[in-house]
Design a protein around this ligand. Structure first.
Ligand code: PLP
Length: 801
């Protein structure tokens, strides 16, 4: 949009006055942020209204992306950038004597997700709007986000994240679009005069789902899509009916907290209620919207695509069936045809414990009508497939089995498309996790490699690098990130490589200031900034990184005279509150950090920083400062990874196993520009197949490794006798489930290579440049364009060259 600086400053001062009835100089940064958000919403109001109207008028096919979590990060800067008024506003605020950075930081970072898959969902919302695609998000408005992490005595402590304390300026409550979601009670089928059966519900617990809409502003295109988050409230009848406090709590609890666990489903019944709640509310509102412009169901699947992000929204399948059967009198076959043509599903993990399933008794009690429908899906699936594929394969893949409702199987059977998120991951789905379903439905399976919101992670998070790139190749890459490739022309340009190094240093200094201020640790910005930021999980192997730090520590202690390339090891990671092992690793890292950082003999050769409360905003600070990107999961376990892409586009070199999208990163940037190591996925499966992995052998065969592992239990690291022993036992007594011992030697060899290569600044920066130049292909814009073409069949405006 066009905006004159003087108009903006006038508008802003008026907004402040109207909202707070005080002078500008008496407002806090938070108040300034809220007023600015309010003003932006006003500036963008026509875009938002016209976008919805335009989709309706042109009867465009709509995509509805269902995800139980979205992790959008702060929206102020990305909205300013996408509206093309960032410079005007920041300079206007400066003119008013205000601190633009402080205002940005006053925005709460909504922690409405756990990690990668939720960040992906938010990134795809941005990409859909930026492509000019009719894309909507559908999720839950959690009253409390993921916990706030603090460390006490090195242990993780979880505090509530009261992110709505001051409201959410970006949202619009739409009570007139609310709908009722039914739980429990009894359901029976009553014959109607025309002999059809209609379900009758008795004694249900009704919950009102109220939507809160957030505008998703497209990049420089005037488009604003909608992310709709549902909140659970008392039904309208509550004024006339008695509700006990317990009943009130039961309703309010549905959207009160985000499950702080991204790998298993605890607190099961409430989680299942959350899943049905937002699935049902979303589908009801889609059907309602569809009938605004249509008077029969014939075109439903041509006008609506529903995407299931991981299994949590799978109940959209029986919910759409329910509405078509019970409310629109469709025959089963017609309803099923419409449903499967509408639905598509992304699988995000091969970890067995993350494949959701629900005990049938619980499911039936909570969702009696939905259960009847799932039973019928199951019955028809068995009848149709058993004669062709035999009962063993069908038993293994049916929606109901072992007393459970199996969500991933239901999602595959009820969708027309099933995709993995990196080529290796998709292959493993076909070969292993969903192999039997792949036999039955080979045509459904496809790959869509994850992508990142590069405007957030490069343009906004790393302004110095953006400016430098703009100077060299102009600004076309902002619209078409693959054009970053033209940077390779400067791979031998000493001046440019020097400037790249300067930019990195600037970003390292910015991070060092934060660390000094918040953690009182002084960082040597000449050191290698070696970064591992992601959820704390055994398969992500933060432990392997810990081993390298112990090795470096022991090496410096043994050889005080030896010259070393200094290192700063940076961690950011939350552990699920119930994940005991992960919390032990946190304690060990913090204890090791204490030991290393306070040892005079170590000085600034080595530092360990575990930044508490990792989230999107900290990522934006840490990633631009990284030299090395640790992507060291056990091969086959990380479906794709996306921090690997964010770090790459900021010029970090990957130290990586051949897992997930690491493989594609190495291919894109060239293996000579990354450090790969360790078992391949085939080798890991080989061990499984033969059952002959022996961690002890690796231990016995490597004295250095013995010393490192023994440091966990011999008092080298103080105050970890319990945690150190637990981890030690996981390796040697329980045979090292994630092959840390097997990969140690190769990993350390690559770390040593990095230490030596880093000293050749020019060669290092050349590799860094190769990473930046090759990173455009991982933009979410391309990923979403491929979903649109191959899966959703929806048009979009922007042409990506
Ligand atoms: C990108 C991102 C992730 C995903 O990181 P991986 O290393 O791919 O697991 C997790 N959390 C946040 C806050 C992120 O921005």
């Amino acid at each position: 949009m066009k905006l004159k600086e003087s108009d903006f400053t006038t508008d802003f001062v008026n907004e402040i006055k109207a909202m707070y009835a005080v002078d500008l100089k008496d407002t806090s940064a938070l108040e300034q942020f809220i007023a600015l958000g309010q003003l932006l919403k006003r500036y963008n109001a026509d875009n938002w209204t016209n976008t919805s109207k335009g989709y309706r008028k042109n009867d465009l096919k709509q995509v509805y992306y269902f995800s139980i979590e979205f992790l959008p990060g702060r929206l102020l800067q990305s909205n300013l950038l996408n509206l093309d008024i960032l410079d005007t506003v920041s300079s206007g605020l400066k003119k008013l004597g205000l601190n633009y950075e402080k205002i940005c930081q006053a925005e709460p970072d909504p922690g409405l997700g756990n990690g990668g898959l939720d960040r992906l969902a938010a990134g795809y919302m941005d990409a859909m709007a930026s492509l000019g695609m009719a894309g909507n998000g559908n999720g839950i408005r959690y009253r409390y986000g993921l916990f706030k992490q603090v460390f006490m005595n090195g242990y993780q402590v979880e505090l509530p994240d009261d992110w709505l304390r001051n409201g959410n300026v970006w949202e619009v409550r739409r009570e007139n679009r609310a709908c009722v979601v039914r739980f429990g009670g009894h359901v029976w089928l009553q014959e109607q005069a025309d002999k059809t059966l209609r379900p009758v519900y008795d004694y249900t617990d009704d919950v009102l789902a109220v939507p809160y809409d957030i505008g998703m502003v497209g990049y420089h295109n005037g488009v604003t899509n909608t992310l709709r988050l549902w909140s659970a409230e008392l039904p309208p009848s509550a004024d006339h009916t008695y509700y006990s406090q317990k009943q009130r709590d039961n309703i309010n609890d549905i959207t009160k907290v985000l499950y702080p666990d991204d790998s298993s489903d605890e607190g099961r019944s409430l989680r299942l209620r959350q899943e049905y709640f937002f699935s049902s509310a979303g589908i009801q509102s889609i059907v309602r919207h569809y009938f605004l412009e249509h008077n029969n169901l014939k075109q439903f699947a041509q006008k609506v695509a529903v995407h299931i992000n991981d299994t949590h929204p799978t109940l959209v399948i029986p919910e759409l069936m329910r509405i078509l059967l019970d409310e629109y009198d469709c025959s089963w076959d017609v309803a099923w045809q419409i449903t499967t043509a509408t639905m598509s599903y992304t699988n995000h993990t091969i970890m067995q414990e993350a494949l959701e399933s629900w005990p049938i008794d619980m499911f039936k009690g909570l969702l009696p009508r939905i259960y009847q429908i799932v039973e019928e899906i199951d019955r028809r699936y068995r009848n149709e497939k058993t004669p062709i594929f035999g009962s063993k394969v069908v038993d293994n893949t049916a929606p109901l089995g072992n007393g459970q409702v199996r969500m991933a199987y239901l999602a595959v059977i009820g969708s027309h498309s099933v995709n993995g998120v990196a080529p290796l991951h998709t292959e493993l789905l076909k070969k292993d996790v969903l192999a039997d379903l792949y036999r039955i439905y080979p045509e459904k399976f496809n790959n869509k490699t994850n992508g990142i919101a590069d405007r957030r992670w490069l343009e906004l998070a790393n302004r110095p690098l953006t400016k430098l790139i703009d100077q060299r190749i102009g600004m076309n890459w902002h619209d078409n990130p693959k054009q970053l490739q033209t940077l390779t022309a400067f791979e031998n340009d000493t001046e440019f490589l020097h400037q790249l190094a300067e930019v990195k240093l600037t970003n390292k200094q910015r991070l060092a200031e934060y660390v000094k201020e918040n953690m009182n640790i002084t960082l040597n910005t000449d050191a290698i900034f070696d970064v591992q930021i992601k959820r704390l999980h055994a398969y992500k192997r933060q432990l392997l990184h810990v081993f390298e730090i112990i090795r470096e520590y022991q090496d410096i202690k043994d050889n005080p005279q030896k010259s070393v390339t200094p290192r700063v090891h940076i961690f950011g990671a939350k552990a699920a509150p119930s994940y005991h092992y992960a919390k032990s690793v946190i304690k060990v890292i913090n204890a090791l950090a204490d030991l290393v950082n306070n040892d005079q003999a170590i000085g600034d050769k080595l530092k360990v920083v575990f930044v508490p409360n990792y989230g999107v905003s900290l990522g934006e600070l840490i990633i631009p400062a990284a030299d090395v990107s640790e992507q060291i999961s056990t091969a086959s376990k990380e479906a794709s990874g996306t921090s690997n892409m964010k770090l790459m586009t900021n010029g970090a070199l990957s130290l990586a196993t051949l897992d997930g999208a690491n493989i594609d990163i190495v291919k894109a940037a060239g293996s000579e520009n990354e450090y790969t190591f360790g078992l391949t996925s085939d080798e890991v499966y080989g061990y499984y197949h033969r059952g002959d992995y022996q961690a002890q052998k690796f231990f016995d065969g490597n004295q250095e490794l013995q010393r490192v592992v023994n440091a966990l239990i011999d008092g080298t690291i103080p105050e970890i006798s319990t945690e150190g022993r637990e981890i030690y036992n996981s390796l040697l007594q329980y045979n090292d489930e994630y092959f840390v011992m097997a990969d140690y030697e190769d990993y350390v060899a690559k770390q040593k290579q990095i230490s030596s290569d880093f000293n050749d600044v020019k060669t290092w920066q050349k590799k860094s440049l190769a990473n930046i130049a090759a990173s455009g292909t991982f933009s979410a814009d391309y990923a979403v364009a491929r979903y649109a073409e191959d899966i959703w069949q929806v048009p979009f405006d922007r042409i990506l060259k």
